[in-house]
Design a protein around this ligand. Structure first.
Ligand SMILES: [Zn+2]
Length: 360
């Protein structure tokens, strides 16, 4: 039998002190005789989740040059208490990291499916409208359950944000992902592409700064998730500054989107849209900031403390299909000295991390 570990503490979101046993990579609440007690006391989560993270994009926005580099980035997240990552698009594949004992649980999209010559250089698979459905099917096979679209980006001809492709192509992309058995999400900043994609049945929206009250209602009705990446939206001022000379209308639009965003996320939450914590680490944003994103959701968007905890741990894990502290769940947990419900900052200092049944 695999070595068993025993952990005792307050199992959030409940107030009760409970005993948990980890046998190999599984959780059980049935006592295991002879188990080694790792922890007695503290507050226990199934680890944090970064639901929008890029371990394939290096600082500065260039593709990583080795799988070892992706692993180093993932370890930065792990050290901050993140034990599951939804990788929201990578220019290079690393299926060998899926079961790596050092790497948080990975749920991966393949390469971003992006419009031609508009998206970040060398990151996306750039395809014209007529090849989008085919590219989506390929990337569904390259990932582990998700496809990532670039739904809109700066359209230089317009001098403003514009959809990546026409409405019929966006809808066909969603359909192609579902036909391939994958869930599909999209980067969207503007108002148009997100409306088309939500109506077409997309599973999740990344950023979503251009959501209207009507589309928020539609997401709530359909159960479409939102990963707001509030850390990313705070960089819109820099994007606007760089673009203002050539594209003043775009710069102005980005600032308006930024300024309206915290209230918009609050409205989506109030309407019943499922919200998950994602940092958009990789490129311009550092790894290991999941707790900071949680603080923004709490303080700027007005989510309740337990709602933020769910959005960053047990709720997100269930959504991603990597169940945590339930009978038969995966043997991941983090333990904190202080109750994060009193102050989320307690999450900055995990006292213990256990990943795949192994203390780290
Ligand atoms: Zn991203």
């Amino acid at each position: 039998m695999a070595e068993a570990l025993h952990v005792r503490g307050v199992l959030l979101p409940d107030d009760e002190v409970r005993d948990v046993w980890l046998v190999g990579d599984r959780v059980t609440f049935e006592p295991v005789p002879g188990a080694t007690t790792l922890v007695d006391g503290g507050f226990i989560l199934p680890g944090l989740v970064d639901a929008h993270c890029h371990i394939g994009i290096a600082r500065g926005g260039t593709p990583i040059t080795s799988v070892a580099q992706a692993k180093r980035l993932a370890v930065l997240d792990r050290e901050a208490g993140v034990l599951a990552i939804r990788d929201a698009g990578s220019p290079i594949p690393y299926p060998e990291l899926d079961g790596d004992p050092d790497v948080p649980r990975l749920v991966r999209a393949g390469r971003h499916v992006a419009p031609v010559k508009r998206y970040l250089r060398d990151i996306g698979l750039e395809v014209p409208a007529e090849r989008v459905a085919e590219a989506v099917a390929e990337q569904a096979a390259a990932g582990t359950g998700w496809v990532k679209l670039v739904g809109d980006w700066l359209d230089r001809g317009r001098g403003d944000l514009g959809p990546a492709w026409d409405d019929a192509t966006l809808a066909a992309a969603v359909e192609a992902a579902h036909a391939a058995g994958a869930r599909v999400t999209a980067h969207t900043f503007g108002e148009e592409a997100v409306a088309t994609l939500v109506r077409a049945g997309i599973d999740c929206v990344e950023h979503g700064t251009g959501l209207s009250p009507e589309i928020i209602e539609e997401m709530a009705r359909r159960g479409t998730a939102l990963v707001p990446t509030m850390i990313n939206i705070q960089t819109f001022g820099e994007i606007a500054d760089r673009a203002r000379e050539k594209f003043p209308g775009y710069a102005k639009h980005m600032l308006a989107l930024r300024d309206g965003f915290p209230a918009l996320v609050g409205a989506a939450h109030g309407a019943g849209v499922p919200i998950y914590v994602g940092t958009d680490a990789g490129g311009g944003i550092d790894h290991g900031l999941a707790v900071e994103e949680m603080l923004l959701l709490r303080e700027h968007a007005g989510l309740g403390v337990e709602e933020v905890l769910a959005a960053a741990s047990w709720g997100a894990r269930e959504w991603l299909g990597v169940p945590g502290l339930v009978e038969g769940g995966l043997a991941d947990l983090t333990v904190y000295d202080e109750d994060p419900r009193v102050d989320l900052r307690a999450l900055r200092n995990p006292r213990h991390l256990v990943l795949r049944g192994r203390p780290r």
